[in-house]
Design a binder for this molecule. Structure first.
Ligand code: SF4
Length: 418
């Protein structure tokens, strides 16, 4: 729940009561160099916590090296170790790994079977206590504790009005998470070091599970639709689920679990998570571009190219701008396709350009803080507009200087509909 962030805001030094953006690598952790490179890239994009797989002795042996390599690069992003099946052994056998991680993700469904389950879970919690680490009790419906599920199904069958299969599954997820958290507390782990997640891949189930979870515990919650999928499906499903929960004040850390297309950067999941929070007005991360959708008045692709170019350029500046120009993340830039809404929308932005539509005079008036300042024309409109934006940032957001209040902190990327 926003407001009692123990593991998100408190532990990681972000603004209290903010929702933290998390991501996960897809490199082999045993390949320290590749993992350092990807963690650094995710961090540069704005990921505030990065989870890495720790699935083998080879992977565990590299975790401390990865931590050191990131520190040398000035990247202090907290690393979360993702443990399944053999975490108890790895944390014991590789103390440097246990010490280098900021948090251990423990999946109660993959800790061990039968009598070994409690023992192995306890070994991981004891490591967390010993090394003073946070723990995410991360339940996932794809790896739900089968013994627990079987017991609950038996009990459910005896009820006069049994729960449906879906409702039972949701209840099993929640009980698995809460009972494991209680077990960790009983073993001596500080409740403030615990965060919970109960991930499913169906939007409605996720909303129901987290709404219920939010009412039944005070632990910080990590939100995410598991296996969200590829492309627009993954983005839309994650946004639909997370937006409803965030709007209800549920969620302290979020991850958007997109499957990258083969040539796509892993950083897209960070961008999407940030854009969910920014378009909802919860946090600002990077200046966003308001652009019209285009129509029969824009028969060339010029304005689409300019909008994309400016948006990409703005995002690429952020690793440096973030510290150099505080407040720049709320900057609003408009790139509009014609005279119908162009001047109006451009005046509402900090900086806007109204490009000529089909049949209009080939000139592009630029508006700064609501006033028309210059009209661009010729072959270098894009470069000249970018220069104006750059100049604006340097003069309005210089560190220690007067921080300009942006006109809007919630800036849809493609905001204008006819
Ligand atoms: S501002 Fe409206 S009318 Fe003009 S190009 Fe964009 S969508 Fe079309």
């Amino acid at each position: 729940m926003i407001g009692h962030v123990a593991v998100g805001g408190g532990l990681y030094g972000t603004t209290p009561a903010s929702v933290v953006v998390q991501s996960m690598t897809n490199t082999d952790t045993a390949d320290a160099e590749a993992t350092i490179r990807q963690v650094y890239e995710l961090w540069q994009t704005g990921s505030e916590v990065v989870r890495i797989t720790v699935n083998s002795p080879e992977a565990a042996a590299q975790v401390a090296t990865i931590r050191k390599g990131l520190d040398v690069l000035g990247c202090n992003v907290p690393l979360v170790g993702d443990f399944h099946f053999n975490g108890h052994k790895l944390l014991q056998a590789y103390p440097d790994c246990a010490a280098a991680l900021a948090k251990y993700r423990i999946n109660p469904g993959n800790v061990g079977k039968g009598s070994k389950r409690d023992e192995q879970f306890a070994a991981m919690i004891e490591a967390a206590i010993h090394y003073k680490k946070a723990v995410r009790i991360g339940v996932n419906w794809g790896s739900l504790d089968q013994a627990k599920m079987a017991q609950m199904m038996d009990d459910n069958a005896k009820l006069a009005v049994p729960l449906s299969a879906d409702a039972l599954m949701r209840e099993a997820l929640i009980q698995s998470a809460l009972e494991s958290a209680q077990q960790a507390v009983d073993l001596g782990l500080d409740p403030n070091q615990i965060i919970i997640s109960c991930k499913v891949s169906n939007v409605q189930d996720l909303i129901q599970v987290y709404t219920d979870l939010g009412q039944r515990c005070d632990y910080p919650l990590h939100l995410g639709l598991t296996e969200a999928g590829m492309g627009s499906k993954g983005v839309v499903a994650s946004t639909a689920a997370l937006a409803i929960l965030l709007q209800a004040g549920i969620g302290d850390t979020i991850r958007v679990s997109l499957t990258p297309e083969p040539s796509e950067s892993r950083t897209k999941e960070v961008v999407v998570a940030q854009e969910i929070l920014q378009t909802m007005g919860i946090r600002s991360f990077t200046p966003l571009v308001t652009a019209c959708p285009g129509c029969g008045r824009t028969t060339s692709t010029y304005f689409q190219e300019l909008a994309l170019q400016i948006q990409t350029w703005l995002r690429h500046q952020m690793p440096v701008w973030r510290s150099q120009y505080p407040g720049v993340e709320t900057l609003n830039v408009a790139v509009m396709g014609c005279v119908v809404n162009g001047p109006g929308e451009s005046k509402l932005a900090n900086i806007g350009i109204s490009l000529p539509g089909t049949g209009e005079t080939p000139v592009a008036p630029v508006f700064v803080d609501g006033e028309k300042t210059v009209t661009l024309k010729g072959d270098h409109i894009a470069q000249e507009f970018q220069h104006i934006v750059d100049e604006y940032v340097r003069t309005h957001y210089a560190e220690g200087g007067k921080l300009r209040t942006a006109k809007a902190s919630v800036i849809p990327i493609v905001a204008v509909q006819e």
